[in-house]
Design a protein around this ligand. Structure first.
Ligand code: GLY
Ligand code: MN
Length: 463
């Protein structure tokens, strides 16, 4: 947990943004794997963590705007809890860490909410994303589960986005810690990668590093020699010489902050010149995006600039043709780069995605594109100082997508399909770094950049 004042300040800031009503933050419950007593590793709700800091199940926090009070709802440990789990702090001790002196047993939460509802007061809550939380909220508020989303508070969503988007110094320190663990994860994967071993042998060893840093992975690792599959969570292949292995993985610190890096490396430790041509195009797009990201810049424009670098590189190789600006305008690059350049990152690896990307990544000024590829951009709005985000361009040869575009003649004036056929087994390349927006530009997070140039990658792989 951060020091108490951080949570007090955050709740006070929220109070200044919400004019009236009762704000309810439901902490997460334990989530069973195969029977109630065998739960997944506990992960607290990020909004609860942000405003109350307590990393334990079965808690709720209430901010009463008119009363000016904050209260934690939860039960003190009983003798059974102490027998199985050892001495546990009282609710009063826990709440004090978050700067809260008012605690109530969990059963009182419903009484508090019902009394507010009877008086016609607004109950602000964020859209629930877990089944358990939906059931609890439905019971507490008397709203049908299917309708909870409609009743979630837009004012609360916008206020949380406003506060959580600009990272505080203590948060940046945590994210840097997650990045340093990410560095260790990725460089280990580079050293272990060689023909003849199973992908899962690398995945298991790499994920152990996140645990050994007293945290866990920030999302299920993507690690595969089928590097053209954007989100591939199976790791069952034996690595083959000539293929490239993509590793998209990050760490989450014990305080809940994430990193998210991607590297793509030649399985046998040396890039071929064909691989390198594509690789250096992706690297150029990554570097360009970092050069031009700064306060006031639309990330949508940074995405399009990276897409132009991709299209230019592919044109030089003979895979695309025609005017690059026109090609990107008509979305032709998306045959090879069908996802967005990046997303916000913080307490969630896709930060605040539970609140809705239209509030996190877009705003009144800019809405999500409907064009194939660019429609997948999670962050398009103007960057501000202390935003933390990813930069992750890629180029992929996805056989089914190529076949579809070819047969339907999609963007055929910009694509050299005959040449593309020669790359059908190429796989894909994605290179992802994590940045923070500074006064005048941006800074890469983490003490060292994970090896990324040909020379750096080949050297790390040779160790
Ligand atoms: N690292 C996976 C993603 O950003 O979707
Ligand atoms: Mn990412």
């Amino acid at each position: 947990m951060f020091e108490t004042g951080i949570y007090v300040n955050r709740r006070n800031s929220l109070r200044s943004l919400i004019s009236s009503g009762v704000v309810l933050f439901l902490g997460n419950t334990e989530s069973p794997v195969n029977y109630a007593g065998n739960a997944y590793r506990f992960r607290q709700d990020s909004n609860f963590l942000y405003f109350f800091g307590l990393n334990l199940p079965q808690l709720a926090g209430v901010i009463d705007i008119e009363e000016g009070t904050d209260c934690i709802y939860g039960n003190d440990p009983d003798i059974e809890d102490i027998i199985w789990s050892g001495n546990l702090p009282s609710m009063e001790q826990l709440a004090a860490k978050a700067g809260i002196s008012s605690v109530s047993p969990r059963r009182d939460l419903k009484i508090k909410l019902l009394s507010a509802i009877r008086k016609g007061r607004k109950i602000h809550f964020a859209p629930p994303y877990r089944g358990d939380s939906k059931i609890i909220l439905s019971d507490l508020l008397g709203i049908r589960i299917a309708e909870l989303g409609n009743y979630s508070s837009k004012a609360l969503i916008k206020s949380i986005v406003q506060l959580r988007s600009e990272k505080e110094a203590c948060e940046v320190e945590e994210i840097e810690r997650a990045c340093d663990t990410g560095y260790e994860m990725h460089t280990l994967a580079m050293r272990l990668c060689k023909p003849g071993i199973f992908e899962y042998q690398i995945t298991g060893a790499m994920e152990g590093i996140a645990g050994a840093a007293n945290g866990m992975t920030s999302f299920p690792s993507i690690q595969s020699q089928n590097s053209e599959i954007l989100h591939n969570h199976s790791h069952n292949n034996i690595l083959q010489a000539g293929k490239m292995m993509v590793t998209d993985a990050g760490a989450e610190t014990c305080a809940g902050y994430a990193s998210d890096f991607t590297r793509t490396i030649p399985v046998d430790g040396k890039f071929t010149s064909r691989q390198l041509d594509i690789y250096n195009t992706v690297l150029a797009a990554n570097n360009l995006a970092q050069r031009i990201s700064k306060p006031g810049k639309l990330y949508y424009d940074v995405h399009l600039a990276a897409a132009k670098t991709v299209a230019e590189g592919l044109k030089n190789i003979g895979l695309m043709k025609g005017n690059v600006d026109d090609a990107v305008q008509s979305g032709a690059h998306a045959l090879f780069f069908p996802h967005g350049l990046g997303h916000m990152m913080g307490l969630d690896v896709h930060d605040m995605e539970d609140l809705g990307e239209k509030y996190v990544g877009y705003d009144d000024e800019i809405q999500r594109s409907t064009q194939f590829g660019t429609a997948n951009l999670r962050l398009g709005r103007r960057l501000k100082k202390n935003f933390v985000l990813t930069v992750e361009p890629g180029i992929y040869f996805i056989p089914a997508l190529i076949a579809k575009w070819k047969s339907e003649k999609i963007n055929s004036s910009f694509i050299n399909f005959q040449k593309v056929e020669e790359y059908i087994d190429f796989g894909g390349i994605r290179l992802e770094d994590n940045i923070i927006i500074t006064d005048e530009g941006c800074r890469r997070l983490g003490k060292k950049r994970i090896p990324i140039t040909k020379e750096e990658v080949e050297e790390e792989m040779s160790k």
